[in-house]
Design a protein around this ligand. Structure first.
Ligand SMILES: CSCCC(=O)C(=O)COP(=O)(O)O
Ligand SMILES: [Mg+2]
Length: 224
């Protein structure tokens, strides 16, 4: 029996194009200015140090900015970069430059599941802070009240089975009672290996070859 749903964001609750054509370019344009203006703040300074450890020349801030722009362009899920992106997007949401995109079916189904007592969690490569911002500023209003918790790559990569086992342990729920929703087969494979039920979202384009996961094109077709 499914008591709990863990959902991905990009390609699942929200469009790929919102992330790739709105959020990532916004971070790309503002990251240099953001780092130059905020690097003295403890939270930002710590993230920069963590990111610098992953580069060849940890002492050169300008080279680090270039590296982070490259990571954005390559959609690298580098944890300190994802945290910095959240801090940068905060301004965009606050100033009304964009709203968090949520498919209407996802907003409605999640509201219904929540009303039925099903627990909802988010697991995304975007930082927990970025996840909360996205769900707080949607065209359906503040959806953060629907969620019991949020997970990002601090718990591990989304293609690693251990991450899903850690989530199940943390939320004190048997894996077989958890349904994981994602558009990425490798993520679903990892969740399935951890004992989760899985459902694949194919939001744009045709459903491709069959695989081990139920596949739907919107949240209304998800069977619990
Ligand atoms: C938290 S919103 C931004 C999404 C993001 O930064 C990202 O990398 C998408 O990852 P997902 O795991 O949601 O596919
Ligand atoms: Mg995704």
């Amino acid at each position: 029996m499914i008591t709990t749903i863990v959902t991905d964001i990009e390609g699942t609750t929200s469009s790929l194009s919102f992330v790739k054509e709105v959020l990532f370019p916004y971070a790309r344009v503002h990251i240099a200015e953001f780092i130059r203006n905020h690097s003295h703040e403890p939270e930002v300074s710590e993230l920069l140090q963590d990111a610098a450890k992953l580069t060849d020349d940890p002492t050169n801030t300008e080279a680090l900015i270039e590296q982070m722009i490259q990571w954005i362009d390559q959609d690298q899920k580098v944890t300190p970069l994802k945290s910095l992106q959240g801090l940068i997007w905060e301004n965009g949401y606050r100033q009304g430059d964009f709203k968090g995109h949520i498919y209407a079916d996802a907003a409605q189904a999640m509201q219904e599941w929540h009303n039925q007592g099903i627990k909802l969690y988010v697991y995304s490569s975007g930082s927990v802070y970025a996840q909360k911002l996205l769900f707080k500023h949607t065209e359906f209003g503040d959806l953060t009240t629907l969620f019991s918790g949020y997970f990002d790559t601090h718990i591990g990569g989304k293609k690693e089975t251990a991450s899903y086992s850690a989530i199940a342990e943390q939320i004190e729920t048997e894996p077989e009672n958890i349904l994981f929703l994602s558009d990425i087969t490798e993520e679903l494979d990892a969740a399935l290996k951890a004992g989760f039920k899985t459902c694949r979202l194919v939001r744009e384009g045709k459903v491709d070859s069959p695989n081990d996961h139920d596949t739907v094109s919107n949240f209304f077709d998800i069977k619990l």
